[in-house]
Ligand binder design. Structure first.
Ligand SMILES: [Zn+2]
Length: 368
């Protein structure tokens, strides 16, 4: 009889832990974005993009650049991308396999912004320790692209590094990368140049879509959790009233959050933009307190998002901008606190049951 009770307790415990683990993994949107690390960016091509016969070993530092280069070379070559999308580029460290890919590269395309490739200097000098690393290294960013972000002035770093969020800059990247690829492999020049033309059309079309969205979004006040969308919001003529994170990879304090709430109430801002690469707790909390809505936008590829009622992997730059425009026009309420209460209740029950089992065994032993 006592054995039966013991067995029931154990089964009950196991069930509780399974249910609580499951409900947390289903509920927590951050987990959803961390699950699939294998989404390959740049697989879908515009109909105008042909396949080349390139024999170049190409490495790109960030998924966005990888996608641009993939559109120039077509499906003929797989490009190795170092920071794939879910990772935070501001704090990334390359894996040993990625270091090998860099070592074997004929050409490396990078953004050329220290803040986005913090690993670059150390990794490049360690690969080149014996002086025989001679790939063509292309920095795509131009100084003129970097604009001063007023929300970053308090941090001391005034230039916003997320230049790729403006398709005009991506057009510039595309022309520059095409010039390099054509000079490295003249036999493929026609294919590369035709693909470049086709891809420039895709980017021009995105600029038209941004301009159309501007009719609806211009003047819209927004609070951002990370300053990744400065260049896109500038094109849309939106008004960013505050930044939640007090600095790169820094969590806001209670005072920071109170300041943001004050600013929102004073300015009448009712929208918060957050991203899948950073924690969403503060954005949710501020949205609940101020009765605001949220839009999840992504500045990187390789993440899954809820788009028009479907879960979709964002695998190209074009999809990313189109999704971001859609999400801005379709904000949602923050997840209800009732969900949290449900999770806490299950946790509470689990802990209570452990204490129950311990008390039972102690009582059982002293009886013997
Ligand atoms: Zn960033």
């Amino acid at each position: 009889m006592k054995k039966k009770i013991k067995l029931h307790f154990i089964i009950f415990l196991i069930l509780l832990w399974i249910i609580s683990g499951f409900s947390i993994s289903v509920y927590n949107p951050i987990n959803r974005f961390e699950q699939d690390k294998t989404i390959d960016p740049g697989i879908e091509f515009d109909p105008g993009i042909e396949s080349s016969d390139t024999s170049l070993n190409i490495v790109a530092t960030i998924s966005i650049i990888g996608n641009v280069i993939q559109n120039i070379v077509g499906s003929g070559s797989i490009i190795t991308t170092i920071v794939s999308g879910q990772e935070d580029p501001h704090s990334y460290e390359p894996t040993p396999a990625e270091v090998i890919a860099l070592r074997e590269a004929d050409v490396v395309f990078r953004m050329g912004i220290e803040d986005l490739e913090p690993w670059w200097s150390i990794t490049a000098s360690s690969i080149n320790s014996s002086g025989d690393w001679t790939p063509t290294i292309v920095e795509l960013k131009e100084e003129s692209m970097l604009k001063i972000d007023p929300l970053l002035l308090a941090e001391g770093g005034a230039y916003n590094p997320h230049v790729w969020m403006d398709p005009n800059n991506i057009k510039n990247f595309t022309y520059k990368a095409n010039d390099t690829l054509c000079s490295l492999e003249s036999t493929q020049e026609d294919v590369f140049s035709n693909n470049t033309k086709a891809y420039i059309n895709v980017l021009d079309n995105l600029l038209i879509q941004i301009n159309n969205s501007k009719q609806e979004l211009q003047g819209l006040k927004v609070v951002v959790s990370h300053p990744a969308f400065f260049y896109l919001f500038t094109l849309l003529d939106m008004d960013r009233v505050a930044l939640i994170e007090p600095g790169e990879d820094k969590e806001p304090s209670a005072a920071d959050i109170a300041n943001v709430i004050d600013t929102m109430e004073q300015s009448g801002c009712k929208l918060i933009v957050y991203d899948p690469q950073h924690k969403s707790d503060s954005a949710y909390e501020i949205a609940r307190t101020t009765g605001s809505e949220l839009s999840l936008l992504t500045p990187l590829l390789g993440v899954e998002v809820a788009w028009n009622g479907m879960i979709k992997a964002i695998s190209t730059y074009q999809e990313m901008i189109e999704y971001d425009l859609w999400s801005l026009a379709h904000p949602v309420e923050p997840p209800s606190l009732a969900n949290y209460i449900w999770i806490y209740l299950i946790f509470g029950l689990s802990i209570a049951s452990i204490i129950g089992v311990m008390v039972y065994f102690r009582y059982h032993k002293s009886e013997d």
